[in-house]
Design a protein around this ligand. Sequence first.
Ligand SMILES: Nc1ncnc2c1ncn2[C@@H]1O[C@H](COP(=O)(O)OP(=O)(O)OP(=O)(O)O)[C@@H](O)[C@H]1O
Ligand SMILES: [Mg+2]
Length: 452
Amino acid sequence: MAANGLEIIPSARRMIRSQRDLGYEFAAAVADLIDNSIEAKASTVRVNVDWLGVATTVTIADNGEGMSPEQLREALRFGSERDYDDADLGKFGLGLKTASLSQCLRLTVATRRNPNRADIAAYCWDVEHVEAKNRWEILPVKTTDLPPLALSHLKETTGTVVIWERLDRILGYKYPDGEHARKHLFAVTREMEEHVSMVFHRFLAGEVRGKRLAIYVNENKLVPWDPFARSEKETKALDSNAFPVEGIKGRSAVIVEPFVLPPESKFSSKEAHTRAAGPRKWNMQQGFYIYRADRMIQSGGWCGLRVVDEHRKLSRIAVSFNPKLDEEFEINVPKMRVALPSEIRADIEAWTKPAVKMAEEIYRTKSPSSPPVPPPPAPPPGPGGGTPKPPDDRDFKIPGGGGTSQKSKKRTATAQELDLVADLLIQVADASEVVAVENAIARARMKLEGQF
Ligand SMILES: Nc1ncnc2c1ncn2[C@@H]1O[C@H](COP(=O)(O)OP(=O)(O)OP(=O)(O)O)[C@@H](O)[C@H]1O
Ligand SMILES: [Mg+2]
């Protein structure tokens, strides 16, 4: 007979701190909350970032179904309980808490479920309170204490408002009112806008049946960013394929759709080309775009199947899977990175080869016909002279082609050496190191060409 178990409750004081460090960045944390809004059938999400020095707040308000007070209390539990469907974006019962507390010390959730009456329930997690009491205790929040923005939102509609206060991670503790903190907040807000436009592009463009979504950041409506520039006439969509995987939760197909984007000269406009570059620009955005239930988890990189290479920058591949295959894709709590299941890695590598080859050919054929690159003009004398070329306008030199100056010969030789080192590093890297190694190699290439 089994002995009676002895329950040992984790130390709230120690655990709550560790839950803040699961590796979220600001943009990924906001995206995690938007997942929840989509799941609550919201059609609009409004993200507001209000700079007020130490009193800065981030508010994420949706018009979804909202929660009853009991549901809200359960939602606030670390590891909240509920059943998930195949198409659900949630998985761990953690995101709301861990994503929020990765950015702030106080998380308030206010919600309204009744469409006929503005009954609002609100509670908060306050890290300092938990530490002081050493108990997993949430605090009720009076409606009258809610920020006016949250209150007016929930008077209009059912839905949920998440409020982040005491943003120690974004503002830093030393001078949270200072110019540096303000600039940093502005920069991470821009980054978040780009990230969210990218990861939810299928929802924003109405490509996911029954889940069209509009997202506003500080009242600006986000425009979806399509990694495959499918509205460009010259974008090539190669044959797609479905690879069945026997997952531990059942069989499901992984859809692979390869695209080759046009070179700059074939884009409809310079603006369209610049926008298609993406948040991390052309070189770093090549490779796999992995979608879980239509939400993008990974954007670019080759998952260890190839190295990031200037010549391949026009190839981008959509890989879509169902949450049934979460185990096989090794999804983690921040849902920021996945691994390709080992049983289809070789198939995916083979299936995407033609796209990579085509991208390389386009890259190579455009080069000889391109006019020779003139040397950069000498900067005019005096302060402020010379406008640096925008980084994503410059192409790398192909070994053996292009300029003939001593400097470019030396650079070409070093680029070839880098190729050798890159291959070797990729061969010896562990699976967990590959992405970091690829990124470092890409940065080294950029540095060689003076882009970095
Ligand atoms: N905006 C929202 N509207 C309605 N319900 C919500 C909202 N945000 C969270 N919830 C409820 O709270 C629960 C917990 O959310 P949380 O993000 O912590 O976990 P999850 O979404 O279930 O899983 P994951 O950790 O993978 O995100 C959700 O399952 C959902 O029931
Ligand atoms: Mg969630």
